[in-house]
Design a protein around this ligand. Structure first.
Ligand SMILES: Cc1ncc(COP(=O)(O)O)c(C=O)c1O
Length: 282
């Protein structure tokens, strides 16, 4: 089935979808995006994702391209046209098309791109063996809470991790604390069984999966500490995991080559993954 994208008011075969060379997203990374999971043909946590997109756009002072109701209508149509049962919806808004000049252009209309795609289930051995991460300095800008399309530091980090045979990069701030992964939120379970993840702030993206997992963790009676944790604390953790829209909850079993706990996915991560998926599918 040929994929269909929605771009500036039209549904078009994705292989032939085009943007103007003077789109400010293309020239300056002047835009924001979000990705919403699709479970059983339905968007999950759409309001949380669209609230985050609205916030990213307002921080960047980019106008909203259409109302939320209209956006959701396009989203459902794209999911239908692409036959997506389980996958994700990508929404990108840029400041628009104008002759290249750093200042905001006057009277420009934001550009809107939406794509829907099926996601493959994670490889069974990734789930049974767990993911590996390597740590490296966080070289991103100071407003990581904005879901900007400017992802070059994230791209370089993920590539460096891949070249070391790792699934993800955990990024380390100047104080030696983990901020997050290049495209995922970072968590540990301490030796005494508490969950730890960094609180929202300008240093990290406020992950939606993370917010849902924090809620299900409390429902499961687990103790959650919102505070930064160091690389050394991560090495000494009983379990570690990452969360994201496309990976849900995924155990991490090696950090910088050192086994986490006994080096196998642990029971707390397994419970959280199951609990998260049942909420996402509900
Ligand atoms: C830098 C970064 N952190 C965390 C996440 C996880 O966020 P979410 O759970 O909303 O997918 C993402 C997802 O794209 C990300 O890019």
């Amino acid at each position: 089935m040929a994929r269909i994208a929605y771009i500036n008011g039209r549904y078009v075969p994705q292989s032939r979808a085009q943007v103007a060379v003077e789109d400010r997203g293309y020239l300056f990374s002047d835009g924001a995006y979000d990705a919403i999971p699709v479970h059983n043909g339905h968007l999950s946590f759409a309001d949380r994702h669209l609230d985050r997109l609205d916030r990213s756009l307002s921080e960047l002072r980019i106008a909203r391209p259409m109302s939320r109701a209209a956006l959701l209508q396009v989203a459902h149509e794209l999911i239908r046209r692409n036959g997506v049962r389980n996958g994700g919806l990508y929404i990108q808004v840029t400041r628009g098309v104008a002759p290249r000049d750093h200042k905001f252009p006057k009277g420009v209309k934001p550009s809107l791109l939406m794509m829907a795609r099926k996601w493959k289930a994670p490889a069974p051995d990734l789930l049974s063996r767990g993911a590996t991460v390597v740590t490296m300095p966080d070289q991103r800008w100071a407003r990581r809470d904005i879901k900007s399309i400017s992802l070059i530091a994230n791209v370089l980090a993920k590539q460096a991790a891949a070249e070391q045979g790792a699934f993800e990069a955990w990024l380390i701030d100047d104080g030696g604390m983990v901020t997050e992964g290049s495209s995922t939120s970072a968590w540990i379970v301490t030796a005494t069984g508490e969950l730890v993840t960094r609180p929202d702030g300008t240093e990290i993206l406020p992950g939606i999966t993370r917010s849902v997992v924090a809620e299900v963790a409390r429902d499961l009676g687990l103790t959650l500490q919102l505070r930064p944790f160091s690389r050394e604390e991560a090495y000494a953790a009983r379990e570690a995991f990452l969360t994201s829209t496309s990976n849900f909850v995924l155990a991490i079993t090696r950090i910088d080559g050192k086994p986490v706990g006994n080096g196998k996915p642990g029971p707390i991560v397994a419970r959280l993954r199951e609990a998260y998926l049942s909420v996402a599918r509900a």
